[in-house]
Design a protein around this ligand. Structure first.
Ligand SMILES: *Cc1c(COP(=O)(O)O)cnc(C)c1O
Length: 369
């Protein structure tokens, strides 16, 4: 554990394997046939994780995850559509902001940050406003780590003949989502989260029929997933300069994902990380913000220690000096901090992280010995 190579316990960028980083040591030409094969293989593997090859296209897009969320809304929601945005944290608010900026009509439904949206809520809202065409949902709301009931909400949305857009950025690859059972028009994720690639590209799983109908919807040239897909389908190439090193790293990360045992094993590892973190922090008297029933094994929000000597910035710096990067809290009402359980880390690293946290809190005289 060194400061030069810290362990990132954050929701992305996160700790990657040396092998994944090593895969970036080659310069690829964007016309290179082998690079095109790399892109095709990445898309194929991503679709397989979702069991979506028959129903959906995988459309990769340059940029951070938000670029892909914006592209999905801009491409798949027609300008006269109306989106119901379900909010229980910062990423839900960002979805609403995207609709606002893009000029797509929308309404919001907000619950408290420790309250999942329910299928019954969604049903009531859909019945009350027949003008709604789409529902947008955050699967795991990373601002707290809360898990929303995707399967139930997807069923209600489909039953009412509406279309679902899912931001599964922080859950895809770790929590099971099966496109054969969960109906959706778009599901969005990115390279640098549970797949343990490096950040720099997102991807949208777009229902084939929905994407085919979406020509001309988009307000933007660069964010148009219809064009991005059409060009790639025709040429095998990205429309504009591809993030070549990011694609190569994701390809290598996906090989390791399969070698590890795929989704079930990745899920188990993160769940074990989460449990170690909850148990060892509880032993220090540090309480988690969410009840375990709605806690996703992705990132955990902890209440800040109740001491006048605690201050996040100093705490963060001291833990960082011991080789671990934590994440600030994002709640407005209560003082919290967050610790991620995703990335190329296991129970050993989680134990070491909590030991470092304990040591720092003793040094700060926040904890008694
Ligand atoms: C990480 C994340 C995003 C994307 O954030 P970027 O900073 O644009 O990568 C979007 N939604 C959720 C739920 C996330 O966790």
């Amino acid at each position: 554990m060194s400061i030069a190579e810290p362990i990132l316990l954050t929701p992305g960028p996160l700790t990657t394997s040396a092998r994944t980083r090593q895969a970036m040591m080659v310069d690829w030409g964007s016309w290179d046939e082998r690079f095109n094969q790399l892109t095709a293989s990445v898309c194929e593997q991503l679709l397989a994780i979702l069991h979506g090859a028959d129903s959906h296209h995988c459309v990769p897009l340059q940029g951070s995850g938000t670029f892909s969320v914006e592209a999905a809304i801009g491409t798949l929601v027609p300008r006269d559509g109306k989106v119901l945005v379900l909010i229980n944290g910062a990423y839900g608010k960002r979805l609403a902001k995207i609709c606002e900026v893009l000029g797509r009509p929308f309404s919001t439904f907000e619950t408290a940050e420790d309250q999942p949206t329910t299928a019954a809520d969604v049903e009531r809202l859909l019945l009350a406003d027949p003008g709604l065409t789409h529902v947008a949902l955050i699967h795991c709301e990373t601002s707290t780590g809360i898990l929303n009931p995707l399967q139930e909400i997807a069923q209600v949305v489909a039953r009412h003949g509406k279309r679902l857009i899912i931001d599964a950025m922080s859950s895809f690859g770790a929590l099971p989502i099966d496109a054969r059972q969960v109906p959706f028009d778009a599901l969005i994720a990115a390279s640098g989260k549970c797949l343990e690639g490096v950040p720099g590209m997102g991807f949208v799983f777009a229902r084939k029929t929905a994407l085919a109908e979406s020509a001309g919807n988009c307000h933007s040239l660069a964010m148009d997933l219809y064009d991005q897909h059409a060009y790639m389908a025709k040429t095998g190439q990205w429309r504009f300069t591809p993030p070549t090193h990011v694609v190569a790293a994701l390809h290598e990360a996906l090989l390791q994902y399969q070698e590890e045992g795929g989704l079930a094993v990745r899920h188990q590892r993160y769940a074990a990380n989460c449990q170690v973190l909850l148990d060892d922090m509880a032993a220090l008297g540090l309480r988690s913000f969410l009840p375990s029933a709605i806690q996703a094994p992705i990132i955990i929000t902890f209440h800040a220690p109740d001491s006048p000597r605690y201050q996040f910035k100093a705490f963060y710096e001291r833990v960082k000096a011991k080789g671990f990067i934590l994440y600030p809290g994002k709640l407005t009402q209560v003082e919290t901090f967050r610790v991620g359980c995703i990335g190329h880390v296991n129970e050993g690293e989680m134990r070491a992280a909590v030991a470092a946290i304990a040591q720092v809190l003793r040094e700060m005289e926040v904890l008694d010995c």
